[in-house]
Write a protein that binds this ligand. Structure first.
Ligand code: PLP
Length: 524
């Protein structure tokens, strides 16, 4: 790092946090321009009531909003929360002076056109030249539409999604009255395609949901294998890329991840959330269908809309009626400023997030206090404190989470299958008798037979073969105890960090410092 950059960084770290406000200047100017578009109208005296008290109430609003985690700050490295780009904020606000409703061209003429353009750019990002698609209030609604279409085309057939898929898929299936089957996930949090193969053999699966970027760990379901299965069995493939979709633009994916993203266009439908990695305020999701013909399924008759144009209205291809035109305006503006192209500024932001995650994971792997089950596929890192039993791992994770929050470092917690952590399992795949290295009083070992101790000595040797002899001696002497009494948990509470801000790359060191302090506090 150059000296000037280092100095700037120090300066940055020592300054109190300030919201970026300069970009607000663009709003009044744009508002004046917008006003000119309506100059032919006669003046209107309409005044909103209560304006004299507005400033006072706004102060109260600001006061109330202080009660929040600092989602916008790099020390917020917990859940999926990313600040919108200033242009999205400004364009959204500007659009509210018109307050268009994209249910139909009547409700939002310009914003409907802008929605179509912005959505076509997202479809092009996945290689689709033709498509049918639109914005939704979020990923759940977008997935609901995709599964609704699947249900229309394969009535009564099952929806299959992995155990690590977003929880709403199961719920959506039940809302749609479709049967649902959960496919187990492997030890990297990806759909187990052998288990999927067994299910599709039955011929009962109508739609497989493949997640590219699971909510928990950012894992990518093995799309090449799933597509091979689709070649043999005619199920629909829906890709839930609500979180991960934009990473198709990143230039620093592993070859395996790249392959999955390169194949995404072969799906029948895709969901991607601009309000996750697309720099948009909530709620902005997007659903895309490869075959525009599915639009016919939405056909309905409405006696009170769609009068001013013969074109297909967005309201004719959406399940929702009223939808915020402002969302489309914000997305359109953001994509104008930062086009969805590989190597562009937007893509570089995603690459920085991934670098942040890789760098954090690398440092955790090198530190014997932590267990990292797998390398991040996107920009989400999951890890756990090494401890002598799964229960202790969970307790310690919770304490570290709390101690970190006290230091303004906001992480997230996640329950992961204990099978992701071979170091916490014994040879029978049982986590209840994990040999521990904490010293026991001789009394605590009373009643433990020689055979049992020998078995434990072997287990310990597997964990650390270099210390085999010494450990075996200690176990036989009854100096090491193990936690046998604890029930056998299937999941453990781990730490999780979603590093969705490009700035996170520069903050990894600082995050690690605070994590270290939190660990030390939690350990005692
Ligand atoms: C993979 C995935 N799908 C769907 C959703 C649901 O999206 P939303 O919260 O926007 O409804 C999420 C949310 O985190 C997600 O990560």
């Amino acid at each position: 790092m150059g000296a000037a950059r280092q100095w700037l960084r120090r300066l940055d770290l020592n300054m109190a946090m300030e919201f970026e406000k300069d970009t607000l200047d663009a709003l009044p100017k744009a508002l004046q321009e917008l006003e000119r578009g309506f100059a032919s109208l006669p003046g209107s005296a309409a005044r909103a009531p209560g304006l004299a008290r507005m400033s006072e109430v706004m102060q109260q609003v600001a006061e109330r909003l202080k009660d929040n985690y600092p989602y916008f700050h790099p020390l917020y490295a917990g859940q999926m929360l990313k600040p919108p780009h200033p242009i999205a904020r400004a364009a959204y606000a500007l659009a509210t002076w018109i307050n268009p409703n994209n249910h139909a061209n009547d409700g939002g003429r310009a914003s409907s056109a802008m929605e179509r353009e912005a959505v076509a750019e997202i479809a092009a990002m996945f290689g689709w030249k033709t498509h049918l698609g639109h914005l939704t209030s979020g990923g759940t609604m977008a997935n609901l539409e995709a599964l609704w279409v699947a249900g229309q085309l394969h009535p009564g057939k099952k929806i299959a999604a992995s155990a690590q898929a977003h929880y709403t898929h199961h719920r959506i299936a039940s809302v749609l009255g479709l049967p649902f089957v959960e496919i187990p996930a492997d030890s990297r949090g990806r759909m187990d395609t052998h288990a999927l193969a067994a299910q599709v053999e039955s011929g009962e699966i109508g739609c497989v949901v493949a997640t590219l970027g699971t909510t928990g760990a950012g894992s990518l379901d093995p799309l090449p294998d799933i597509l091979r299965l689709r070649d043999r069995h005619s199920f629909r493939l829906h890709v839930d890329a609500a979180y991960g979709g934009y990473f198709t633009l990143a230039g620093n994916l592993t070859a395996e991840s790249r392959e999955a993203f390169d194949l995404i266009g072969q799906a029948n439908s895709i969901v991607v959330d601009p309000h996750k990695h697309g720099l948009q305020p909530y709620g902005c999701g997007c659903v895309l269908f490869r075959d525009p013909g599915v639009g016919a399924l939405y056909k309905h008759d409405s006696p009170y809309t769609y009068f001013t144009s013969a074109d297909l209205h967005l309201g004719e291809i959406t399940l929702e009626c009223s939808r915020p035109g402002a969302s489309a305006v914000a997305l359109w503006a953001t994509q104008k400023l930062l086009p969805l192209e590989r190597g562009g500024e937007f893509a570089q932001g995603l690459e920085a997030c991934r670098e942040a995650a890789l760098s954090l994971a690398k440092r955790l792997v090198a530190d014997s206090r932590w267990l990292v089950p797998f390398a991040p596929e996107l920009d989400i890192v999951v890890w756990a404190p090494r401890a002598d039993s799964p229960q202790r791992v969970s307790e310690l994770s919770q304490k570290i989470f709390d101690a970190a929050a006290k230091r303004n470092l906001h992480l997230a917690l996640i329950r992961l299958p204990v099978t992701y952590f071979p170091a916490l399992m014994n040879s029978e795949g049982d986590s209840s008798m994990v040999p521990t290295r904490h010293r026991a009083s001789k009394g605590a070992m009373r009643g433990r037979g020689r055979q049992k101790r020998l078995r434990l000595a072997k287990e310990l040797a597997k964990l650390d073969p270099r210390e085999e002899q010494a450990l075996a001696a200690e176990v036989l002497a009854g100096d090491i105890m193990f936690s046998e009494e604890e029930p056998d948990p299937e999941t453990i509470t781990c730490l999780r960090s979603v590093l969705m801000k490009p700035e996170h790359r520069e903050w990894v060191e600082r995050i690690l410092g605070l994590l270290d302090a939190a660990y030390r506090e939690a350990e005692f």
